[in-house]
Design a protein around this ligand. Structure first.
Ligand SMILES: [Zn+2]
Length: 389
């Protein structure tokens, strides 16, 4: 029977060996050339034809299509090959069932598992109706890359160089992560004509800095309202947070400008422009009462996404998880954003995450368990067989 055949075709030691090889190659964002070459070679070794898509010299997105023989839907398994800086993480080693090292769980283990899933399908000769795509991108982790790999993949989806009806990002824990809130970094700036004067000539009530206190109080109140309002069933309440408050340059001089910078995370249904307008609405009464100039800006904004739990691909991965792990997969949502936010809005392709594990991502001691890599590979193979038909 196909399920048993596919599960048996995923060899834990094969996935472990590929994971170690990938982890042994240093590949912090912007320095992915060597890991790109290695992963391309691994793709070719299992019999795939690889479309090498240069993002910047040597830094390549890699695409491979396992052609379906009918007109079933196309599924893409996707992930990134770069890592955060190595930091205090020790060089790659294995101890028992665990492989340690930077990039093990985030996310070379997932990339090795996706490769093993494709290998299982190729080796068993299981013929899919729709196309299965295996794609690897560069430029995910560090801000300096500005997500150039994921953005190139979006451009290639939009131009038709590659195609997918659904994307599964093989990252995260072994749960159906189907939703992320939108996110932005916002700055509220208040300026005053009473700024830049000796404080003895400006009544404290007119000092622009005291309106900042009022505004911070209002922002806290806003969070209380969010906690009591419409709470997303998967990701909880929306958030407004502050990280930087800046004002003034001398102890007895009124500030020229006061700035509050923080993050705002919001549920699907509204976009960044609308959320920014709400923030302006929130701050305006304080600006008006103090006759202050008000400027609101945002950066690093990402729109929220949500792929329904009833979606055919989500269901296929969920059933595969139940088959492999013997229990139902959790359906989860997160406040943090990732490449799914980009793919859904940039290319209009419904996306979700399912990975081997995520608990030690970005930790000083990063590791992944071989058994979970094997299970993830089995889940991908079974899910592709069901979804692509
Ligand atoms: Zn990652």
């Amino acid at each position: 029977m196909q399920v048993d055949k596919l599960m048996a075709a995923v060899d834990a030691e094969w996935v472990a060996a590929r994971t170690r090889e990938l982890v042994e190659v240093f590949s912090v964002t912007m320095a992915e050339a060597e890991v790109c070459r290695l992963y391309e070679e691994m793709m070719r070794d299992i019999g795939l034809e690889v479309d090498v898509r240069e993002v910047t010299p040597g830094r390549n997105n890699l695409y491979a299509r396992i052609a379906g023989c009918g007109d079933g839907p196309a599924l893409m398994l996707n992930g990134h090959l770069d890592t955060i800086p190595v930091g205090n993480c020790p060089p790659c080693y294995r101890e028992g069932d665990r492989i340690y090292g930077r990039g093990t769980t985030d996310m070379k283990g997932g990339m090795a598992a996706a490769l093993a899933a494709v290998k299982a399908l190729v080796d068993t000769g299981v013929q899919l109706q729709g196309d299965l795509w295996l794609t690897a991108v560069v430029g995910h982790e560090e801000p300096e890359a500005q997500k150039d790999g994921p953005r190139a993949l979006i451009a290639d989806l939009n131009s038709g160089r590659i195609a997918a009806d659904r994307i599964v990002i093989v990252e995260g824990r072994d749960a159906l992560w189907v939703m992320s809130m939108g996110s932005m970094v916002f700055t509220v700036e208040l300026t005053s004509s009473a700024g830049g004067k000796h404080t003895q000539y400006v009544p404290f009530g007119d000092n622009p800095i005291r309106f900042v206190g009022d505004l911070i109080h209002r922002i806290h109140q806003c969070q209380v309202e969010l906690d009591a309002g419409q709470v997303h069933p998967l990701a909880g309440p929306e958030r407004i947070d502050l990280g930087i408050v800046e004002a003034g340059d001398y102890f007895n001089r009124t500030p020229l400008a006061c700035r509050l910078t923080g993050t705002r995370r919001w549920a699907p249904g509204r976009n960044a422009e609308q959320v920014l307008a709400e923030l302006e609405e929130l701050a305006r009464p304080f600006a008006e009462s103090g006759e202050l100039g008000l400027r609101i800006s945002m950066e690093h904004q990402r729109e929220p996404f949500e792929t329904p739990g009833e979606d055919a691909a989500v269901q296929a991965v969920g059933r595969a998880h139940a088959e492999v792990c013997g229990s139902a997969a959790d359906l989860v949502g997160m406040r943090i954003v990732g490449d799914a936010n980009l793919y859904v809005h940039g290319a209009g392709v419904a996306t979700f995450y399912y990975g081997p594990s995520n608990e030690t991502a970005h930790a000083d001691l990063e590791w992944v368990e071989v058994e979970r890599l094997q299970r993830a590979a089995q889940v991908y193979a079974l899910a592709a067989a069901e979804y692509c038909g």
